[in-house]
Design a protein around this ligand. Structure first.
Ligand code: CA
Length: 225
């Protein structure tokens, strides 16, 4: 069980996150403004903070800046607008440990929370990863950079998210729905062929044989094609 501080002014999102984290066995406290969030984060009473960017009083960047300036090492997961690369980069440079693009699926947030809590423990579990690597493809999960055989390749935020779910589940068949949910969120048209289009982009960048089509089921990433 961890004590988690949620700083989010949208009541609907805050309560969804708090309820979910409580169901996972954590203690969750919600604060709806920047100065209040900073105060509570500095109290030392929390193990992790989920921090929104757009907040009344003081935005998430400033909360983060002041928090780090005052020496707090609390792990922070920032909630950013999907595809706002500027926000993401600023948040990571400002001392965030991770970020979650909105809208997100709860399962994704839980996975990030788990990972960051493990990192925070001294001598944390060896399985906690900052990078995944398989068959010469390497993804740095913190800087969101990718390389193939040591050469950096440019991936868009969505290509990266797609590559990430493939490489975290090597050899497993992932359905279009799973991929769509993970990368595009729940509000995307399920009839769209966007998954197939993006798999095509990744094949071009990683090598065509790397991602296998499993007819009628979906796709699978092969570590050793
Ligand atoms: Ca907000």
């Amino acid at each position: 069980m961890a004590r988690i501080l949620i700083v989010e002014d949208e009541a609907r999102i805050a309560s969804f996150v708090a309820k979910g984290l409580r169901a996972e066995g954590h203690q969750a406290t919600v604060v709806a403004d920047g100065p209040g969030g900073l105060d509570r984060a500095l109290s030392g009473d929390f193990d992790l903070m989920v921090l929104d960017i757009g907040l009344p009083g003081m935005d998430g960047f400033e909360v983060l800046e002041q928090l780090r300036a005052q020496g707090s090492r609390i792990p922070v997961i920032v909630l950013t607008a999907r595809d706002s690369v500027t926000d993401t980069v600023s948040a990571l440079e400002g001392g965030a440990d991770d970020y979650m693009p909105k809208p997100f699926r709860f399962a994704e947030l839980v996975a990030r929370v788990r990972l960051r809590l493990r990192h925070a423990q001294p001598g944390g579990e060896a399985g906690a990863r900052d990078a995944v690597e398989a068959g010469g493809v390497r993804l740095d999960l913190r800087t969101r950079r990718a390389s193939v055989a040591g050469h950096e390749v440019d991936l868009s935020a969505r290509e990266f998210a797609l590559a990430e779910i493939f490489m975290l589940n090597p050899g497993q068949v992932l359905s279009r729905e799973q991929l769509l949910d993970h990368v595009w969120g729940l509000d995307f048209d399920p009839g769209s062929n966007v998954v197939d289009v993006y798999v095509g982009y990744l094949r071009r960048k990683f090598g065509a044989a790397r991602i296998q089509t499993v007819r009628g089921m979906g796709y699978r990433f092969l570590s050793a094609p």
